[in-house]
Design a protein around this ligand. Sequence first.
Ligand code: FMN
Length: 390
Amino acid sequence: MPTLFDEFQLKDLTLPNRLVMGPMTRAKATPEGVPTPIMATHYAQRASAGLIISEGTWPERRGQGYCDIPGIETQEQEDAWRTVTDAVHEEGGRIFLQMEHTGRVGHEINNGGIQMVSSSSQPADFQIYTHEQGMVQMTTDVHALTTEEVHEVIDKYYEAAVRTKAAGFDGIELHGASGYLPHQFLSDVANTRDDEFGGTPYKRTEFAIQVLKKLIEAWGTSHRIGIKISPNIRFNGISEEDPDPTYAILLERLNELDLAYVAFQTPESLRSLSGLENEDLADGEIWHRYPYEFIRERYNGTVIASGDLTQEYAQKALEAGKSDLFVFGRDYMSNPDLVERMKYGWPITTVDMRRAYGSANAEVGYLDYPTYPEEREQAKAAAEPEHKVS
Ligand SMILES: Cc1cc2nc3c(=O)[nH]c(=O)nc-3n(C[C@H](O)[C@H](O)[C@H](O)COP(=O)(O)O)c2cc1C
């Protein structure tokens, strides 16, 4: 029986185990999107993961929906990311960059006043945090990209991919999920175009496919490029009336690209992320959730699942052949040594989500979650009587 702690061959990259630290936005970069030294420490602390996927990172400033999220557009950003990848590699880890263009998800307040873009001009009906005004309605001034401009955005992904490679990453994950720009092209609700990028399920997949081809060209191989999708998720103002035909074609086309992997996030996971009541997981057969079977049936390569996984669910899904690799998101925030904790049956620390984001007191809830051996040391020290010097 395969276990989560077995090696896995991701094309030419050997992963020491099947646990993936999921991409998680933490808003610890500078306002200009330059990664900070604490990010290097944070990721290096988690280097025993089979694979780390970085937080969503914008390929161009228009795609910076949120405050203090990093970019990979400038030399300064590339150099700062190099310190992160070096730190992870020194600890023996592997890290992909997640490339996230937020499209219409965001507000000009957060990106230096630049008009945000999408497949169409409809705004996302959702709220977003700004330092200046707190929670606000997402931008209502969305520019529908012309066909020519879509090609310009695709070229921006290419340039960003060249920088990603130069920064020492092991690969790239295209963020095609969660209502961001590629998803704004995939959705039959958000995308009302009738050019080569919309109008039919096939054409709605065209943007993601063309971006992936550019990433592959920039990297020199498809084997270090993956994509994350989230069919039928309702988040960031995205919705899909009839997602299956589009995703069926997308997966068929992804088979032809021979990528490193396809990752997905279940729609239900966002309900639990939003603090809403979770689905009944009592049987532990999490793969009955859409879209485990939908993707497995159609995609021939490596699949990475995410959403509400526990060690037990992941192990069962692995044994049932429903996914190859397993993302842990929130558990990775609070357990830098998650692999060891699971392997040796040590307790898992529950995350404090009040500390999920932010650049004020940035290290708290970010660098200070201990490994289990450190936790035991701390507990021992606290139990010992203080030596009084008189
Ligand atoms: C604080 C936080 C930030 C996240 N940011 C991203 C992101 O930047 N990109 C992404 O694809 N998913 C993001 N996610 C989703 C996670 O990668 C993961 O798919 C999700 O949390 C479900 O896994 P979990 O149930 O183990 O937490 C984020 C999740 C959390 C909790």
